[in-house]
Write a protein that binds this ligand. Sequence first.
Ligand code: SAH
Ligand code: MG
Length: 222
Amino acid sequence: MISVGKAMENLDKLLLENRGLIRATKGFMPPDEGRALAVSLFSCPIIKGIPAVEIGSYVGLSAIYLGIAARSQGRLLISVDHHHGSEENQAGWEFHDKSIVDPVSRKMDTLYLFRRTMELAGLSNSVIIVAADSQSYATVHAGPIAYLFIDGGHSHAQTFSDYDSWVPKLVDGGFLAIHDVFEDPELGGQAPYIIHQRASAEGFTEILAQGSLRVMRKGGAT
Ligand code: SAH
Ligand code: MG
C-alpha cells in the first residue's frame, strides 16, 4: 500500500510536470488552492466505481488538479459545465473574455478549450466531460458520488441549486469542496459562504481550508 507521504510526493512531481500547462490555462484557481484541491481528493475514501464530480469546468484549470489526483488513484472525475459561462463571464461583466465567444453562435463556448486542456494533461481517460446544465444532469445521474466540488454559477439561485441537487448524492464519509467561500461580502459573493454554513449545520466537518477553498467531510467519522 502506498503511504500518504509518498502519494503527496508523487502529486507534487505530477504538478511540477504540468507546471507549464497550469500556467498557460485560463481560469480561476490559484496554485495553492489547486494543490489543496488535489490533496483533498487524494485524501477522500476510494470506493470502487463511485466517481468524483466537479461542477464548473470552464477551461479546465481545476480539473487538471483534480484529474491528476483522480488518475493516480484510478478513479474517475465527472466534470459538468454547460460551457456557456456564468453570469459574470458574459459580455459587459467583470470576468468576460471575448476570445472565448463562438463567432457563429455568439455564445461563450469553453467546451473545446476544456477538451484540449484535458488532452494536453493526459487526462482524457480520467475525466468524463459532461456538457450540460448542472441541475438537469443531476436529475439523470442517479448513482452515488464520493467527492463533490462546487464551483459553477455563483448566483444564489444557481449555487443553492447545485447544493440541493448534488449534495444528497454524496456517500457518508464523502467530501464536499466549495470554492469562493468569502465570509466578508467585500471580498466576494455570499452564495458559496451560505452553502458552506449550511453544510456545517447539516453535520459536515471541515477538514481543509486554503484561500477561498473549503473542504468538508460528510458526517463526523474519519
Ligand atoms: N473551476 C473553474 C472555474 C469555473 S467558472 C476553474 O478552475 O477555472 C464557473 C463555470 O460554471 C463556468 O464555466 C460556467 O459555464 C459554469 N456554469 C454556470 N452555471 C452553470 C450551470 N447551471 N450548469 C453547468 N455549468 C454552469
Ligand atoms: Mg471558483
